[in-house]
Design a protein around this ligand. Sequence first.
Ligand code: TMO
Length: 317
Amino acid sequence: MYTIKRTVGAIVAGIILAFSAGSISAADSSSPIVIPTHNWSSQVVMAYVVGGIFESMGNNVEYKSADSQAVYEAIRIGDVTISHEVWQSSFGKSFYNAMAKGGVIDAGSHSAPTLEEMGVPTWVIDKGLCPGLPNWEALKNCHKAFATADSGGKGRWLEGPQSWHGQLMPDRINALGLDSKYVVKFAGGADALWAELASAKKEGRATIIFNWTPNFTDAEGFTFIEFPEYTDGCRKADGGDGSCGSPKGWLKKAANYKFPKTHPAAYTAFSRMSFSTQDIGQMAALVDIDKMTHKDAAKKWLADHGDVWKPFTQAGM
Ligand code: TMO
């Protein structure tokens, strides 16, 4: 009787210990946290920044090049663990579609507000190359200033790669009645946008490109065109007529639903991660202005800004 009591007691004590140890600090799995890389600079640099933060906590990480729309389904099924830059305008729909299917969680927002929109380098306005900008209606009277060799006499909108927004901008040009005066061309990659900014500046000619903030271009001055205000459902892809601009939006983080359980410490840090407009602009500038590799840029950013990121790893503050 005594032995049985003692054994039962020991088992109960063991269970209590096991549970309380678990709730105090469960160890992260040694399986790698899979971080996606896409095709714009801040995202790739931030991938290595976030990976470096996880590694500083003793975690293993792996990087996977992924399509920036399809990645949300990859997160949902667990092929990719997180997304650290979910831009509302470009990816909000894919993010919520995957979430609605089950398996994607919202891991909080960065402090930086975002805008992803067509615009002009601010010197185009200062030089008066299209009077009335940034109001979009000014475009009606200056399409010739934005004509290029490949635009058939129309003004050219240089969009980003088509993988970012599909038909969004062609739909918008039609919906706003600008299709007789403007045509959309898709850049092969982000670098083509920056090359166009540089050559337009050199030649002193007007140019309209797709761009976003936070970005390295914030520093020199880039002015987004003011289109009719975005409202939920206004886009063609969402059932609207398409005659609206982009949302002044959020920048979220996403994760597979198992991540908080498999890697509780890393998830806690990830949920606390919040980068500012300045942080993200710096990450892009290290590559697009200073011409560093993404990996070196991340190393430098981490080395220079421990005051920003170390607190994310200290839970319970
Ligand atoms: C998703 N992006 C920042 C390129 O607009």
